[in-house]
Design a protein around this ligand. Structure first.
Ligand code: MN
Length: 290
């Protein structure tokens, strides 16, 4: 198994320059750097081959995360919004290919975070989403990209809240490159059992995010049953990536979107964030590869 971390651990705004994180995460003991594809639209074309080259030279794998804006909601009832979504994804996939990124995960089947002041019809959104993700899966396949349908908790999304729902969704879509994606932070809220959720996903599991219940990096003795998760992953023969997605600092658009209203970092310097991440990946590696 390979292990990664989402760059946003150190940031307050989405996007920006991911290149400095490549050597940093390598030094900390990771195999993978997950980047945000939110503003690939605004990056100059020349950025992506450079990103690819530097990652390759460091031996770091890049993966992509994306929480679609409401203006790019593929499940929308407004055809203009859906068309805008396809345009954004096409551009993103092309740039991902240039950057050597072969998988994208997140609430791609809807938008994020959901605005509950706007009324919605889950059944109708589900139908539109299945039909449009089917098309999106074919487009992604042209760029060699796998799409992870990330199951989100009720406060952030309404379409896919459990592994069972996601399996049903992915089966309706019926594309090999459209897979189930789980995240222990969301599972902790919605699933009865971590093990059962992973077994339910089974071979359809395409990507996994890990984090504590309060989104700290996983640690031994934390509140999430890491040994149970490791053994369930082994049981289903999961050979994909395990990417931690910690958020501990307040502020910026990231703090706003993630709802961080108290400082979980204790105001620590970046060096402490680094050592916590290094300890976390060593722990996961020992547990899951052991
Ligand atoms: Mn996640």
């Amino acid at each position: 198994m390979k292990f990664g971390i989402y760059y946003a651990y150190w940031e307050k705004q989405w996007g920006g320059d991911f290149i400095p994180y490549i050597s940093r995460v390598k030094k900390l003991g990771f195999d993978i750097l997950e980047v945000a594809c939110h503003d690939f639209l605004h990056q100059p074309e020349s950025y992506f081959p450079r990103l690819c080259e530097i990652a390759e030279s460091e031996g770091i794998i890049l993966t992509g995360g994306y929480g679609p804006d409401a203006r790019h909601d593929i499940s929308s009832a407004d055809p203009a919004v859906v068309e805008a979504a396809f345009d954004v994804y096409r551009d993103m996939f092309r740039k991902m290919e240039l950057a050597g990124i072969d998988r994208l995960g997140g609430g791609l089947y809807s938008y994020w975070p959901v605005d509950y002041s706007v009324p919605f019809d889950k059944e109708a959104a589900w139908e539109r989403s299945v039909a449009n993700i089917r098309k999106l899966g074919d487009i992604a396949a042209d760029y060699g990209i796998m799409l992870g349908m990330e199951v989100l908790n009720r406060f952030e999304g309404y379409l896919l809240n459990t592994a069972e729902e996601c399996v049903r969704f992915v089966d309706e879509v019926g594309k090999d490159n459209v897979r189930v994606m789980l995240d222990t932070f969301h599972m902790n809220i919605e699933e009865d059992s971590f093990r059962d959720a992973i077994l339910t996903a089974g071979k359809r599991l395409g990507h996994l995010h890990v984090g504590e219940a309060n989104r700290r990096p996983p640690f031994e003795g934390g509140r999430i049953p890491w040994a149970e998760i490791a053994s369930a992953l082994k049981e289903v023969g999961y050979d994909g990536y395990v990417v931690m997605e910690p958020f501990v600092r307040m502020g910026g658009q990231i703090g706003q979107d993630i709802r961080i209203w108290h400082d979980l970092s204790g105001g620590c310097p970046d060096e402490k964030l680094d050592s916590d991440a290094a300890a976390s990946v060593a722990f996961l590696r020992g547990l899951m590869n052991g």
